[in-house]
Design a protein around this ligand. Structure first.
Ligand SMILES: Cc1cc2nc3c(=O)[nH]c(=O)nc-3n(C[C@H](O)[C@H](O)[C@H](O)COP(=O)(O)OP(=O)(O)OC[C@H]3O[C@@H](n4cnc5c(N)ncnc54)[C@H](O)[C@@H]3O)c2cc1C
Length: 463
């Protein structure tokens, strides 16, 4: 038994419940199952792991909200899980500062694993706060609601200029995420447009703005060309390369020689590590990633490890591995082995990995992918991609639910039900704020006397 200096168990604290953090915990559980003197604690702000490659399908409603994630507690066996926000880390005292609703606390550690991921870079383009982000489950839900609301409003809008703005959707960033989102949303609009009798599908515009010379610079150029060809054939879809966005303001995207008016602007143009990582006094690269050695150990603090999107993990050629789920998953395995080695007084090993390939979806049963050296396109790629992510999802219960969602999506039109998160109280407050009813009056659900509710709707629907 190697109890820590203060007589308690040696404590490994993992921060972040994404691919990197949760799989590190899972591998450590296996490696340390006989070690009663070591405890593993994982802290994350949500109690689930988000399967980000499936997030696009939350936006279109193809998948039920919960089916693109899995619960951390059910996935881990001996790790203690705490749902809390990491507010800061004191590297000298080896303490993590945590906050949960109405609670604050400190957690000491002997070994610390940083797997806090990244967030959308809001500092690159001025006015980025006016754009939607696409990183979390809430991002996908909020965007879905907003898109459907634009369609509802466009259906009753009489002013052509205003209707055009409602029906123009701009995605900034032509990397894999921006392109996959474009593919899913164009397919979604094809499916739902017939439900809006006063919106013609040709009136709906999608504009993808990519600063670089080609879309999806992270993948093989032939696959990127295929993606661009497929998407350009969709009605109202424009892909612009060499398009530098200067700034964003509500309802407007400013390019050097043009302003695009659009009510929906999504920013998918790069990520930066979280503010907690940014505040750490350790060596970082110019994007703010923690620079670790090949074994994922922090150079100045050997008891601190980092992996995934918050880390600069060097490949043997010195360049960083890309920030991808497939890398975070594999880094987790090596990192767990390294902590195990260090606890046993052995040397940690470097992480070395050659990517197995990349895949992306374009909606409408089309995808593209590179599997080792082989390129796959169209329905075959779509099938391979779906099968791969299905098998990545732990547990047959979850897999079965996903398969049912996918089967229904093949058979029926996309759903336009919004996920309203307004409580009855919130609805009352909003009604009172609009001046329709006094704050204290109960809402009756009827329009004020002498006024009709949305006259345009009534006019259209009664004909
Ligand atoms: C829409 C989308 C699609 C993607 N598609 C693919 C794909 O097809 N293939 C691929 O390989 N990669 C894909 N990626 C990238 C992939 O998701 C990331 O590379 C991967 O998730 C990185 O894992 P991670 O563990 O480092 O971070 P994450 O998975 O982001 O996990 C970080 C965790 O830390 C938690 N956290 C952050 N800050 C705090 C805090 N202060 N307190 C408490 N908890 C905190 C977060 O809630 C989260 O649970 C995609 C990303 C997105 C956004």
């Amino acid at each position: 038994m190697t109890l820590a200096a203060n007589g308690r168990k040696t404590r490994i604290v993992i921060l972040g419940g994404g691919f990197g953090g949760v799989y590190t915990a899972r591998h450590l559980e296996k490696l340390l199952r006989r070690r009663k003197d070591v405890e593993i604690i994982l802290v994350s702000r949500d109690n689930f792991v988000l399967m980000t490659p499936l997030l696009f399908e939350i936006c279109s409603g193809t998948l039920d909200v919960r089916h693109c994630s899995f619960p951390i507690r059910a996935f881990l066996r001996t790790t203690r899980f705490g749902e809390a926000t990491v507010q800061g880390i004191d590297l000298e005292r080896r303490i993590v500062h945590l906050a949960a609703p109405e609670q604050k606390g400190e957690l000491s550690y002997d070994q610390l694993v940083l797997a806090l991921g990244a967030m959308t870079n809001l500092t690159m383009i001025s006015g980025s706060e006016h754009a939607f982000t696409f990183k979390t489950l809430a991002d996908a839900l909020v965007l879905r609601n907003y898109l459907i609301e634009r369609m509802e409003r466009a259906d009753v809008e009489q002013d052509p200029g205003r209707k055009r703005r409602l029906l123009t959707f701009v995605i900034i960033g032509g990397g894999l995420v921006g392109v996959e989102l474009l593919g899913e949303l164009t397919a979604f609009m094809d499916g739902i447009a017939p439900l809006y009798k006063h919106v013609n599908r040709d009136e709906i515009r999608f504009i993808l703005l990519q600063a670089g010379g080609r879309i999806m610079p992270e993948i093989d150029p032939k696959l990127a060309d295929y993606g661009a060809r497929v998407l350009r054939r969709r009605p109202g879809t424009e892909i612009r390369t060499g398009a530098f966005v200067r700034s964003i303001e509500p309802g407007r995207v400013h390019l050097p020689e043009e302003t695009i008016e659009a009510e929906t602007i999504v920013l998918a143009a790069g990520i930066v590590p979280s503010p907690v990582v940014a505040a750490l006094p350790v060596e970082k690269d110019k994007h703010g990633h923690i620079i670790v050695d090949g074994a994922m150990r922090c150079k100045s603090h050997p008891e601190v490890w980092a992996l995934g999107d918050c880390a600069f993990v060097p490949a043997p050629d010195g360049r960083p591995y890309p920030n991808l789920a497939q890398h975070a998953l594999r880094e987790a395995k090596v990192l767990a082995r390294n902590i195990h080695a260090v606890l046993n007084g052995k040397e940690p090993m470097p992480f070395i990995y050659d990517t197995m390939g990349m895949m992306g979806s374009l909606g409408h049963g089309k995808a593209f992918g590179q599997l080792l050296k082989m390129r796959v396109y169209g329905v075959l790629a779509w099938f391979v991609r779906r099968s791969y992510y299905l098998l990545q999802m732990p547990g047959w219960g979850r897999r079965l639910r996903i398969m049912i969602d996918w089967t229904f999506a093949l058979l029926f039109r996309p759903d336009i039900v919004k996920i309203s998160l307004d409580s009855e109280r919130a609805l009352l407050v909003r009604l009172a704020a609009s001046g329709s009813v006094p704050a204290s009056a109960p809402a009756t659900g009827e329009a004020a006397p002498g006024k009709t509710l949305l006259p345009d709707v009534l006019e259209h629907k009664s004909t």
